[in-house]
Design a protein around this ligand. Structure first.
Ligand code: PRP
Length: 179
């Protein structure tokens, strides 16, 4: 069974649902009267994105982007390769990048730089999980679901070798699986 590969649950599905509902309310209030575009960063954010969009009760549009993983030589502020770009222009739009996890912050900083260059009206970041202890730059998300310790987490969209994304909560992966 897939769960046998995990040590313990870190964030339960009830905790996720409650926090996502709060984030949805907060975003709905902050963007009242506007129609923001929610940008899902594939693949990891797909589950969080599906829940978050349904917790928002103002009009939104959605778009999807996939950033390539960076190599070990990557530095903060480096460029990012888009494996899948947005379908639509974000010029003048209120953009919210929706991310599953911020670790070093390198991927998201580079992605935010690419988006900012396209001259949106505003740009904010909403992440489900934040590992501030791993940060290698000054990146801060505007909306954070949970701050977590430096554990190898899977589930709720997050993978190890493309597996475990379908677990319905956030689990700590057993050391023996990735060592
Ligand atoms: C993960 C995650 C972030 C990035 C975070 O993506 O979705 O994009 O890593 O790491 P960072 O803060 O150190 O840059 P991953 O490359 O695993 O791709 P995936 O979303 O397709 O699983």
């Amino acid at each position: 069974m897939l769960l046998d590969d995990t040590d313990r649950v870190l964030i339960t599905k009830e905790q996720l649902a409650a926090r996502v509902a709060e984030l949805g309310k907060q975003i709905s209030a902050d963007y009242a009267g506007k129609t923001p575009v929610l940008v899902c960063t594939l693949k990891g954010a797909f589950t969080f994105f599906a829940d978050l969009t349904r917790a928002i009760d103002i009009p939104v549009t959605t778009d999807f982007v996939a950033a390539s993983s960076y190599g070990s030589g990557a530095v903060s502020g480096g460029s990012v390769q888009l494996r899948k770009d947005l379908d639509n222009s974000i010029l003048g739009r209120d953009v919210i990048i929706v991310e599953d996890i911020i670790d070093t912050g390198i991927t998201l900083q580079a992605l935010a730089d690419v988006m900012q260059a396209r001259k949106p009206n505003s740009l904010r970041i909403c992440c489900c999980l934040d590992k501030p202890s791993r940060r290698r730059n000054g990146l801060k998300a505007d909306y954070v679901g949970f701050e977590i310790p430096n554990e190898f987490v899977v589930g709720y969209g997050l993978d190890y070798n493309e597996l475990y994304r379908n677990l319905d909560a956030v689990y700590v992966l057993k050391h023996s699986i990735y060592e």
